[in-house]
Design a protein around this ligand. Sequence first.
Ligand SMILES: [Zn+2]
Length: 267
Amino acid sequence: MTELCRLCGGLATERFRHRVLDKYDARYSECASCHSLQTEPPFWLDEAYSVLDATPDIGFMRRNLLMSALTAEALRAAGIGPDDLCLDWGAGFGLFCRLLRDSGFNFHAYDKFSQSRYAWDKRIQNPAGIAPRVITAFEVFEHLPDPARDLEELFNFRPELLIFSTEIYNRQAPDWWYFDPPTGQHVFFYSRAALEWIAARHGYRLVFLDPAWAFVRPESPLQAGPWVQSGLDSLLHELKSDPWRWVGRDYEAFLAARRAKAPSPEP
Ligand SMILES: [Zn+2]
């Protein structure tokens, strides 16, 4: 059975099936043009996300620590400063946003499905009209039910950098852990060629940040590099020299906002 690729519109042919959410027999089809793999149109997403907090994400802490170090260092290399608006798209609990603020970057959190508890004071409810210089989207793309349309939404911000992570599909066996049929949330798997295709379509360069990736506007100086290692070195240096700088700053801002909302009674 063939269907159209939800990224490039090419013809996709069934490769195998999995039981999604342990109840739906779903087709996984590979695109002959961009060589990505997609589930059949995912009608089960409401159900998949209704159990979001019950779904174990074992790699959550480690991924956030490594990606925050990598991102901070890549942003420094790209000339992004503390006044530049940065947006973490699909922020989840908001931990990544908080970690980047602690490293001195003006991050905000956006998530359609989560209150982003670690960054609730920096949540953006509706990002329409804002102009972030940087967007990050870690472990988001594989969740997009309609990647052509959903990525268009991200690129419409025309960020200078769009840093993201997703595992690359390269005809892995059906038991590859990243297909993750029990949770039903991973519904599109991008080949390297597909990422290049997305970059070209939107006028960006694709840069491998090992293990993350970035879509970079042509004029940005950001290049491939060992960003995790140098990021961890910088983070250690920062923690030893001035560990509470933005923590204190954001806490003061929170207190000021609370005072403004509910003035304390006159003594
Ligand atoms: Zn395709």
